[in-house]
Design a protein around this ligand. Structure first.
Ligand code: PLP
Length: 441
């Protein structure tokens, strides 16, 4: 029995795997949260000296590991930040995993990196970054934020305070903690939007500001900060401007929303996650720097076993620009889907979420028992229901899931329990709006 090569003892695993992927791509439900005791019991004995053989191992996967998950890729998953990968991106991701394009160094994966670079250049151009800007793909937004803020810290000498909005994603706070940086949390007020004026008021007289972190689509409410105002404030403070666009920056591709992102072209660094609103599978963040040389000075790893990847011929190594060394070529699925379907098809898919969020907002406005917290710009809708507190919201989420309408997760807004819906999957049926409203009346 062999593990590798044409003689690998895998039986008809290929056919099973392809069938499984095809079935998943045809659509999936909201899924379930597995029971810890039952899962532990069911998986007991799955790793043995002799192995279970294909039928036994596949049963463990298909009957235990696979079904006991929530389907973030379901078109009825409206919680957290969903993941709605396109069919093309999923298949290319399977190929990337098979080929193990080792995306850290040009020497190892020139073709894959060149394709990734092509899509990075496209996104940098869309943002309006100047010539010479560049970046790399990392595994996710948290690593992207950490990598960028590590570069920001290096530019700041002894200054150690970073301005963050009270709406910043948790990964920003984690990154600052890991980097030994302090956060200066700025209150964003009723519209949840970080502005230059608010930053100026909070930093008056201070000389210790390293960086400003703004959001291009906050996680909880989908609010795009005043990026131009943040860039002005960063100039005045001689501070780095990082924009966390992990969720929302994909919407800059829509001409009708592009002006909301004005100022992104002035960022020193920013991220956008293909595994969020660019329809790539989990594991992909596009990280950009206005001046990649500053990033290379921070992130380049050295060692006798690795110096040969520096070929000195002007090619670049993604691992020099971010925290990861060995790296899946996680930009390839997005590149391939763009190459196959074109940008317009992606614009249309993003727009579907924006439109459905607007329809949901209209319906909540018209419903006598609900009020919007704010009008959505992107795909996130926050709303109140008369008389509902935490317990009622939890019951609503359970009822809506049990009825097969959607997977939803309530949140809080300024400490108040509220409803939250995130529209991303282009095939979410518009009927979900009336189905949800029925349970809110
Ligand atoms: C705005 C924002 N930034 C960063 C992150 C973290 O990204 P990841 O989960 O890919 O690490 C998220 C995740 O939802 C996010 O919404």
């Amino acid at each position: 029995m062999t593990l590798h090569g044409p003689g690998a003892a895998t039986g008809d695993l290929e056919a099973r795997a392809v069938r499984w992927i095809q079935h998943r791509l045809a659509g999936t439900g909201a899924g379930v949260v597995g029971d810890p005791g039952a899962l532990t019991a069911a998986l007991a004995g799955s790793v043995t000296d002799a192995g279970l053989g294909l039928d036994g191992a596949w049963r463990m996967f298909a009957d235990v590991a696979a079904p006991n998950n929530v389907g973030l890729d379901s078109n009825r998953f409206l919680a957290f930040i969903p993941c709605s990968p396109s069919a093309a991106a999923v298949w290319m991701d399977a190929i990337v995993g098979t080929a193990n394009f080792s995306g850290e160094a040009w020497l190892e994966a020139a073709g894959a990196i060149a394709a990734e670079q092509h899509v990075l250049q496209f996104l940098a151009d869309q943002a309006g970054l100047p010539a010479g800007a560049g970046g790399c793909f990392m595994s996710g937004g948290s690593i992207g934020n950490l990598s960028a803020l590590a570069v920001a810290r290096e530019q700041a000498g002894e200054r150690r305070t970073v301005v963050v909005a009270d709406t910043a994603h948790a990964s920003v706070h984690n990154a600052l903690h890991l980097l030994g940086l302090r956060s200066l949390v700025v209150d964003t007020g009723h519209d949840c939007r970080l502005t230059g004026a608010a930053i100026r008021a909070a930093t008056a007289g201070r000389t210790d500001i390293t960086a400003i972190v703004a959001s291009a689509g906050s996680t909880n409410a989908g609010v795009i900060d005043d990026l131009s105002g943040c860039a002005d404030a960063a100039d005045e403070l001689n501070a780095w401007l990082h924009v966390d666009g992990a969720y929302g920056l994909a919407a800059m591709l829509l001409p009708e929303l592009r002006s909301q992102f004005a100022g992104i072209e002035r960022a020193d660094s920013f991220i956008v996650d293909p595994h969020k609103w660019l329809f790539a599978p989990v594991g992909s963040c596009a990280l950009f720097y206005r001046d990649p040389a500053l990033a290379a000075a921070v992130h380049t790893q050295h060692g006798p076993y690795i110096e040969s990847i520096r070929t000195g011929d002007g090619t670049y190594n993604p691992s020099d620009l971010g925290y990861q060394l060995t790296r899946r070529a996680s930009g390839l699925p997005l590149w391939f889907a763009l190459a196959l379907h074109g940008v317009d098809a992606h614009r249309k898919a993003i727009r579907a979420g924006v439109h459905l969020a607007a329809q949901m907002a209209d319906a909540l406005d018209a419903c006598p028992t609900t009020q919007l917290v704010m009008r959505p710009t992107l795909g996130v809708v926050l709303f109140r229901r008369d008389g509902w507190g935490r317990a009622e919201w939890q019951r609503w989420a359970a009822d809506v899931l049990a009825a097969g309408i959607a997977f939803v997760a309530p949140t809080t807004h300024r400490g108040e329990p509220v409803g939250r819906l995130v529209f991303m999957h282009p095939l979410t049926p518009p009927s979900v709006v009336s189905e949800l409203i029925a349970g809110l009346r």
